[in-house]
Write a new protein. Structure first.
Length: 550
RNA sequence: GCGCCAGUAGCUCAGUUGGAUAGAGCAACAGCCUUCUAAGCUGUGGGUCGGGGGUUCGAUUCCCUCCUGGCGCGCCA
């Protein structure tokens, strides 16, 4: 049992003796101020109402009844309106380090997910252009969320959905075709809604080179197919540069060829939630909380095709049918209007899909700043900064961290100058440096970290304030991973790493590990190894490397 | 007009799901460098938590309302 569990059990026992109503679940928190102890509970305050007594009296009684024979408590204080503050023995806190080290690369993992399957869809960019910074944020977020869920015991599948069947694709083909015509000297404009980036011209040139018999792209389906293949290749390279890989690339076109779209329409009609109006087929999404009904199939006058909405529903039906009873979609907040209607569609189809399926993680926009100026120009894309531009310029680790350091709900300013800087102003650098410094101790001391287990070492000497603060942070890591996974918020890991790195640097500067009395060195090596493990595990969750030297 | 998100120190942002005197980094000011990385360290100042109501022992956190900014509101995706 760890400290928290021991204190919790003691509190539950005491509260029961006072006649507290079940279930008793005493909150135990790390106080903001170290002067308020190592653990604190407001249990007495929460019991004030049911017991109809004053919180401080309850606190007194609780403390009197605590069975703490071997809980590692040094002393207890009652403070403020009725907080009970626990001050632990330094040796007891440090005593948890050997177990941390034994867990090593598994430290921070949980079995909460019980191997259940979860599908995480992210990026899902149309194959009509390179990945821009918004996709980059999404790639970082999605991959880190996937990683967090893996760490908490879920069976995770990363999925990329290609909208390769809609009007956007037709526009891409027409745009490339127009460029081909221009290259052969004809004055043809890029069609309305078409794509203007330099990459369109590059594709046209490659097409012409590989199709000497059709240098003008007269056969549109060939041109389009070629363009889509080229764009997917480009995006793959972007993702590769970023270090993200997917288990499944799901093609929208397959929903048509596999009959999933037709099946879904039939199911919706059968379920009785559809009607025709002015020649179009509507789904009554208002029955499921939407503010207006949505068109599934356009009227003949508008082409008679399905809107994007229907394949979207069909796609999520396949997720459910493929055995993912939990699905998370990471998208830009500009798509938030689709959330209600997709969920409505899944309820309407009447397949017993859980309400609230799928879950959404929406993120706000990204602004790239350089030299105090917003950056919009990219040679490759013509109009925006691409993921590969960023990775080329600042490196994968920095890009990943910067995309993850803010919660998705906040708009993100990506400061290229800061991300490039090799100084401790740069948070990625600061965190990696903490890891490298600790690694340096082992290197200089010629000590194999694996040989440091903490067993048979007197850890009671780790009683300096900087040591106790660092140890507590390290011990809080597993809880933090659980909370970050539960809330789907990787930025918590990023913030935690920055704070823990700060504690490492503080400790490192104030206290030496090598060339100290033997028992001090031995104990501090244990702390060094524990800190190294936590930093590395946290960075690993975020997909960032943990260098041994810099 | 309606919906979603945000508003916290001069700047960039945290804030453990309702707790104690609201925190960190940068910037400013003062002092420090013979040690495992000075690519640093220590200290100080800095706040009507956008405004106003409400809920209760207690609110940055929950509810209502207003202000400001971003995004969205199509038989586009």
């Amino acid at each position: 049992m760890n400290q928290r569990e021991r204190l919790r059990d003691a509190l539950v026992g005491a509260a029961r003796q006072l006649g507290a109503p079940e279930p008793i679940d005493p909150p135990l928190e790390r106080p903001r101020e170290t002067s308020h102890g190592d653990w604190s509970t407001n249990l007495a305050m929460t019991l004030a109402r049911p017991l109809k007594r004053k919180p401080r009296e309850i606190a007194d009684d609780l403390v009197g009844k605590l069975a703490l024979s071997d809980a590692g408590v040094d002393r207890i204080e009652i403070a403020g309106p009725g907080f009970i503050n626990f001050y632990m023995r330094a040796a007891d806190t440090a005593g948890a380090l050997p177990a941390l080290i034994a867990a090593d690369a598994l430290y921070g993992r949980h079995a909460i997910g019980e191997k259940r399957r979860v599908n995480i869809e992210f990026v899902s960019a149309n194959p009509t252009g390179p990945l821009h910074v918004g996709h980059g944020r999404q790639a970082g977020l999605g991959d880190a969320i996937a990683s967090l869920l893996e760490w908490t015991g879920w069976d995770v599948a990363r999925e990329f959905y290609y909208n390769d069947a809609g009007a956007q694709i037709a526009n891409l083909g027409l745009s490339v075709q127009a460029r081909l015509a221009q290259m052969s000297g004809r004055d043809v404009a890029i069609p309305e809604g078409g794509y203007h980036g330099d990459y369109v011209g590059e594709i046209a040139e490659r097409y012409a080179a590989e199709h000497p018999n059709d240098r003008e792209g007269s056969h549109l389906p060939d041109v389009t197919r070629f363009a889509v293949r080229a764009m997917r290749k480009e995006q793959d390279l972007d993702l590769q540069a970023f270090g993200v890989s997917f288990d499944t690339y799901f093609l929208e076109s397959s929903l048509y060829t596999d009959g999933k779209v037709d099946e879904t329409v039939a199911a919706l009609v059968r379920a009785g939630h559809t009607y025709e109006h002015e020649g179009a087929l509507f789904l009554r999404t208002t029955d499921f909380g939407d503010d207006k009904d949505r068109v599934m199939r356009k009227s003949a006058g508008k082409g008679g095709e399905f809107t994007y909405f229907l394949p979207d529903v069909a796609y999520h039906v396949t997720k459910w049918q493929r055995g993912f009873h939990r699905a998370i979609n990471v998208q830009g907040a500009d798509h938030h209007s689709t959330v209600t209607r997709v969920r409505a569609g899944l309820q309407a189809v009447g397949m017993g899909v859980t309400p609230g399926y799928p879950e959404y993680v929406l993120h706000q926009m990204v602004t790239v700043m350089r030299g105090g100026q917003e950056m919009k120009i990219s040679k490759r894309a013509g109009s925006y900064v691409t993921v590969r531009d960023l990775v080329d310029e600042v490196g994968r680790d920095a890009v990943r961290y910067f995309f993850l350091m803010r919660k998705g709900d906040s708009q993100l300013i990506f400061d290229v100058d800061l991300a490039r800087s090799q100084s401790e102003d740069n948070p990625v650098y600061y965190i990696q440096m903490a890891h490298a410094r600790i690694s340096g101790i082992f290197r200089v001391g010629e000590i194999d970290p694996v040989s440091v287990t903490g067993i048979d070492v007197d850890l009671g000497t780790l009683n300096e304030p900087e040591e106790q603060e660092l140890i507590k942070a390290l011990l809080d890591f597993p809880k933090l991973v659980a909370v970050a996974a539960e809330s789907l918020e990787p930025h918590r890991i990023a913030s935690y790493l920055l704070e823990t790195a700060r504690l490492v640097h503080l400790w490192y500067h104030k206290h030496h590990v090598l060339n100290e009395p033997d028992e001090i060195t031995r104990a501090r090596l244990v702390l060094a190894r524990a800190a190294r493990i936590v930093l590395r595990n946290g960075l690993t969750i975020l997909g960032i490397s943990a260098p041994d030297r810099m």
